[in-house]
Design a protein around this ligand. Sequence first.
Ligand code: ZN
Length: 455
Amino acid sequence: MSSAGKLRRLAAITLAAGAATTVVASGAANAWNGDRTGDVRHAIQGGKARNVILLIGDGMGDSEITIARNYSKGANGRLNMDRLPLTGAYTTYALQKDHPNLPDYVTDSAASGSGWATGHKTYNGAISVTPDGRPQRTILELAKSAGFRTGDVTTAELSDATPAVLAAHVTDRSCQGPADMKACPTNAKENGGAGSIVEQQVQTGADVYLGGGKARWTQTVKAGRFQGRTVIDQAKAAGYDVVTDASGLQAARPGRDGRLLGLFADGNMPQEWTGPGAKVGGTEPSRCAPNAQFSGPHLTQMASKALSVLDDQTRRSRKGFFLQIEGASIDKRDHAADPCGQIGETVEFDKAVKLAMDYARRHPDTLVVTTADHGHTSQIIPLDAKSPGQTATLVTDEGAPMKINYATNPAGESQEHTGTQVRIAAQGPQAANVVGVTNQTDLFGTITRALGVRR
Ligand SMILES: [Zn+2]
């Protein structure tokens, strides 16, 4: 069958199967068409927040959001994150390590995360240290010392950059476990440092850590009280219940005085969806499918558990909680030029945004912020564009073809981050501070002001 014939047939199947739920791409049903002045005015709240839920879509630039929206909701549909009432953009640039007075226009997750977690810009690869290596206190550490409960959730390894910047300080993001310290000699335990990222995560002591990366935690501690034992042993001694699968997660009841550590994969957690990889010259029009190899809890199950544990722990307290939830593999599948992988992660992340918004509906003193740490490769291009890069054509749920292009590196190499500004959207106390164009370091100020904590 010709490519166009295949496309028509796929579109017909899609429309027949999805007729009841398909969003029709007309302008009629858009709730935002009217005068929104009242809604926006109503959404502006100052004061303190009891709870803060920060959701980071790693590599989730405007293009990644639009691709996921087109595919799953339709061009005129809306994702949950689109319904947050106050929206702005923020700049993400890092600093050059050897010339910290000059910008590095394309950040990685470590530098950008250090920026929003500590309020200080730094170089690519840094985990909450300044360009000269000085640790800076993070939102999570400040919240914890002020009496808030804290949680850190990701689909990547827990020691990966975004979850790491909240609870560790090392000079290079590769220093994830005690056996990985080659790039951070001054941070190593055996040299008198605070240890690897996972050792520091235990020492920082967030109430809830959920994610992948178990292989870092089974490494052996090289010095100090836990020398010769694993980081998991160290975590158990610090009061963590350790769970490793979805049923363990569901059954976990850490209680008011307990802590919860979930390690659901040796490395990154599996991706939600699969489909054709982009390639030079393009693909046949295709649909995405659920990943048959998926195992372990979904991001929404981890987010829901983290919310319920932290809610239980704070029910009778004056202070609430700070929780970070990362959809990490939007970035990882974008690096791999895997459009279905990337869309599936974005759709799952967006469901976690819905959980946070539902929680905030029942607890209006909750600040919910959704943003990204940097933009990424994928672009929606015309069907007849002759990209020199890798492309894939997907047939969306509303039955139209969408061509996605990856061209920041040659085929076979990892696709790259981009230096664009990214979206930030919020609701609740202090949410008005995301409006306009800000910097990722300003998010530190917004959250610390909402929690009433100071550096
Ligand atoms: Zn990346």
